[in-house]
Design a protein around this ligand. Structure first.
Ligand SMILES: Nc1nc2c(ncn2[C@@H]2O[C@H](COP(=O)(O)OP(=O)(O)OP(=O)(O)O)[C@@H](O)[C@H]2O)c(=O)[nH]1
Ligand SMILES: [Mg+2]
Length: 295
């Protein structure tokens, strides 16, 4: 650990978000080796509740997060946001609406938003996501909202480190349970049916309830279903109450230290490392002979 990183960490712990941004960049440069150098990343003095929000493209995840930031801030909570969506980073045009909403919080020392738009050429999510999500604990956030689009295993992998995963669906998903992407149902601790202002929302919820009851992939019956509208704000106070009680309850903290969680994170980081090695090796192939000599 360089002195400079140490200073950044000190300021980060004192709540300085500019230092935190630099600390995250330093972690990004160091890669997973930083875990050795910063033992506090492994055993933070306090933990930020990680609320994962995933679901199909356009379900309203970012809009929902935009609303949640304001509501959680009003409760006096410090809110971090990490959008780990390689295909549609917040910075792309389609998400312009979010940027406008997020600028409301510009200058607020209780809100920090980071998006990760980069992915390896083999498609793996960068290791940085895992390191950054750990760093939010050190910056004394109460909650971190993790957004990722639920379209593939790579995108969903980060949800392994969430303390709770909300799968966001919309009424027009129709027969979404049958068509739900592999993995989405298995990781849900909570369903958010967003765009509740649209016709058919209640019918959709009843169908979802029925389908969940029958689906053998559902890990446990009785996953709560919450109806929201990120447009009107309906249902969001229920979600905020839920999050507040989760944060206060803190029973998720011990789960975080369980070996299966740590192994899942290790697996993701190692996969990433292996993918990078594969990239380097394949880039060096400049002839059929070199190809044959790889093995
Ligand atoms: N009617 C209605 N529209 C909504 C609601 N929430 C979001 N939208 C709209 O749905 C569109 C997509 O919203 P986003 O928040 O970008 O959705 P997303 O899930 O983050 O999308 P990706 O990040 O691309 O996967 C935008 O035009 C929003 O204004 C809602 O509750 N009701
Ligand atoms: Mg989004």
């Amino acid at each position: 650990m360089s002195d400079q990183t140490g200073e950044l960490l000190k300021s980060t712990k004192a709540g300085d978000l500019r230092a935190f941004a630099k600390f995250l960049s330093a972690l990004e440069r160091q890669g997973p080796a930083c875990l050795k150098h910063h033992p506090e990343l492994l055993r933070p003095p306090q933990m930020a509740f990680r609320f994962g929000i995933t679901g199909p493209p356009g379900a309203g995840k970012s809009t929902l997060i935009g609303r949640l930031i304001g509501l959680l801030r009003a409760e006096g909570l410090r809110v971090g946001v990490m959008a780990v969506d390689p295909s549609s980073p917040f910075t792309k045009g389609a998400i312009l609406g979010d940027r406008i909403r997020y600028t409301e919080h510009f200058g607020d020392q209780g809100v920090f938003i980071r998006s990760l738009g980069s992915r390896g050429s083999l498609g793996g999510l960068s290791s940085s996501a895992y390191l950054m999500v750990r760093a939010f604990d050190l910056a004394k956030f109460d909650i971190v909202l993790l957004e990722t689009v639920g379209v593939g295993q790579t995108e969903l992998e980060i949800m392994n480190v969430a303390d709770e995963v909300a799968v966001t669906l919309v009424p027009e998903s129709g027969d979404s349970i049958q068509g739900m992407k592999a993995g989405l149902l298995e990781i849900a601790n909570l369903f958010i049916v967003n765009k509740g202002d649209r016709p058919g929302a209640d019918i959709f919820i009843r169908e979802l309830e029925a389908a969940l009851h029958l689906d053998p992939r559902a890990p446990a019956k009785g996953i709560p279903i919450l109806k929201t509208s990120a447009l009107t704000g309906d249902g969001l106070s229920t979600l905020v109450d839920h999050l507040k009680s989760k944060i206060a309850d803190g029973s998720w903290k011990s789960r975080r230290l369980e070996l299966d969680r740590i192994r899942a994170e290790a697996k993701s980081l190692l996969r990433n490392q292996a993918e990078r090695a594969i990239e380097q090796q394949t880039a060096a192939v400049d002839s059929l002979e070199a190809f044959a000599h790889l093995f």
